[in-house]
Design a protein around this ligand. Structure first.
Ligand SMILES: NC(=O)c1ccc[n+]([C@@H]2O[C@H](COP(=O)([O-])OP(=O)(O)OC[C@H]3O[C@@H](n4cnc5c(N)ncnc54)[C@H](OP(=O)(O)O)[C@@H]3O)[C@@H](O)[C@H]2O)c1
Length: 276
């Protein structure tokens, strides 16, 4: 896929949230790179950036062949703290640049009242400086819904390229996707498999049977066909491989519609309601 600033981004990302730091993380990153993933999604909050960096180096792939995203955590918002947070992330990963750096969650009114918008803008300005300093190639947002995104769009000097949001069957996020599309922002889907909790719906087994695929593959394919970039996590070699084998079949329009019509289901916190 291509970002609005001209950089390419590999169309499936390997997730690392809740991947235990140490051997498990190193090995799963290596396995993902062996299978063919070229895009790793991590964050300071995940506490495993050192292991992600080790996995990357042990894979033998040159740094520039792998797309790396990280995110500034909620305790580090604001101009100066964000700059320092990025330095730490670079050190922990053992790299001198990030492909993509995101604000992990917007400051919300519930916690910050009328200061929320200013905090998000200050954090954004730090990301812009990181681009100027060539420490980061692209910048973007995560968990920013229209209300959080609009003020950034108004004031940004460097345009956001990505918004990473909870997205899976049952959570289509139409308003956010429409605003992103209208502004050239690529949407990334986190928890595309609903953390593994939505896989047993009969519709997925039925569609999967038609193609000799698995429910997880059907869901990831559905995300891709929506022109949204799935980020998918596993620490098991067979699932890491399974989740990448989604380029050799295509869902019909009817199948896409049937998945779209599944009942609403949010599995994680709404950005306006979280207190972290
Ligand atoms: N920006 C944000 O706020 C945010 C929030 C959440 C996630 N993310 C990013 O998005 C990535 C993906 O989201 P996620 O990790 O929450 O959820 P997910 O990828 O939807 O699901 C991961 C879960 O499903 C299981 N699983 C994976 N592949 C499977 C398969 N083929 N069959 C059966 N079960 C399977 C995994 O178990 P095993 O590992 O045991 O195989 C794990 O428990 C994260 O890792 C992270 O990088 C970002």
């Amino acid at each position: 896929m291509k970002l609005s600033n001209g950089y390419d981004i590999p169309s499936v990302g390997f997730g690392t949230f809740k991947t235990p730091d140490g051997e498990t993380c190193v090995e799963s990153v290596k396995e993902a790179l062996k299978v063919g993933y070229r895009h790793i999604d991590t964050a300071a909050y995940y506490g495993n950036e050192v292991s992600v960096g080790k996995g990357l180096r042990q894979s033998g792939l040159p740094r520039e062949k792998v797309y790396i995203t990280s995110k500034v955590w909620n305790t580090e918002r604001g101009y100066d703290k964000t700059l320092r947070a990025c330095e730490k992330t670079l050190r922990d990963l053992g790299t001198d640049y990030l492909d993509l750096y995101l604000i992990h969650w917007p400051a919300n009114e519930l916690q910050f009242g009328d200061k929320a918008e200013g905090i998000n803008l200050d954090t954004w300005k730090a990301l812009e400086r990181l681009v100027d300093e060539k420490l980061v190639r692209s910048i973007g947002l995560s968990n920013f819904y229209p209300k959080h995104l609009a003020p950034i769009l108004k004031k940004a000097n460097v345009a956001p390229t990505v918004d990473q949001i909870e997205y899976h069957p049952g959570l289509l996020q139409e308003d956010t996707v429409a605003l992103c599309r209208g502004n050239g922002i690529l949407v990334e889907a986190w928890s595309p498999l609903g953390r593994g909790r939505i896989l047993d719906k009969p519709l997925f087994a039925e569609i999967a049977g038609r193609y000799g695929k698995t429910p997880a593959q059907v869901i990831l394919r559905w995300v891709l066909q929506k022109d949204i970039l799935p980020l998918v996590k596993s620490v098991h070699a067979e699932r890491i491989r399974e989740n990448y084998e989604i380029f050799d079949f295509e869902l019909s329009a009817g199948e896409m519609d049937a998945i779209d019509a599944l009942p609403p289901q949010r599995l994680s916190g709404h950005p306006d309601e979280v207190t972290y």
